[in-house]
Design a protein around this ligand. Sequence first.
Ligand SMILES: *Cc1c(COP(=O)(O)O)cnc(C)c1O
Length: 369
Amino acid sequence: MQKTPETILEIDLNALEHNYQVLRSRILPKTRMLGVVKAFAYGSDSVAIAQKLEGLGVDYLGVAYGSEGVHLRKVGIRVPILVLHPQPNGMEGLIEACLEPSLYSPRILQEFIRIATDQKQQAYPVHLKFNTGLNRLGFWETDLEWIGRQLNATDAIEIRSLFSHLAASDDLGERDFTLGQIQKFGAIVNQWDKHFEVRPFKHLLNTSGVFNYPQAQWDMVRTGIGLYGYSNDPESDPLLRPVSKLRTKISQIHKIEPGEWVGYNKGYQAPDYRITATLPIGHADGIGRQYGQGKGVVYIAGMPAPIIGNVCMDMTMVDITGITCKEGDEVVFFGDRFSAEHLASRADTISYELLTGISQRVPRVITGA
Ligand SMILES: *Cc1c(COP(=O)(O)O)cnc(C)c1O
């Protein structure tokens, strides 16, 4: 039997199922659910996650770029896939793979209509994205008339849904701002229903939206981070289970004399006798230099061991003084009880960045399938 590599990202599909059910329980039975699987399913494994979500009956999957959706189609995923940020050069491939683009600007709408017409498409499903305050992508409410003229002049596309995206749904200090976005989206939807005959479905909420503003769920929600076990809220986090667990094994243990240095550029100086462990994970694996200098902490035998000095490309050194362990013992960076959100916040970032940054060098091991 082949041995499991020392460093792995373990993907727990039972945890995914649990999180899926928790999120489902937070919305009405008739509300559709889109599972966001962009960026390798938040750095886990997009194929395993997409297959599991499809099996659980997810209504839609969401990716950022066409190529991500094409990959999912190649492995046999059949649920509708919304491409959130399609690029003009990927449109033909997108149609070939039956992916549904978000059209978010006049340029993208016209380009897509041109290509769909060239390909003699009829009523190809597309989604219209509106900007309600994030100011990232999307049409303005004032574009509705112009959109109407484009749609009247073609039958190559059909609007399947209208949506927008919240800027601060995780921040209850920005409640008024978010309620303003919800209201703005409501106004756009009303305008649409007044002036257009087609009845697309509507969606606005991401994970934190589901937890904090369920009244604005409309016909579908788009959940990403929650599926992977993080809610952006310390009170709701215990309801969810981390899907990804990053673990490795101690490569070597060193005894350091007082005053000795550890790592590149003398990143750490021992104040007294210290025991250190060298771990086979570095910034090329997604543990950036910002986790060095004591900011990041890993867990060995359940005990916290701070990262010392500078994180190297392929290695990280931690202080294990006082921890009973030996070379070859397991080390957990995050997962299970050890929250990626907690580790990320120690280095002034968020779970999203830490999770999606775990590089493709780290083998993924799927459990609970
Ligand atoms: C990434 C993304 C989501 C998912 O957000 P989470 O906070 O991870 O739930 C939803 N909608 C859009 C448009 C996105 O880009």
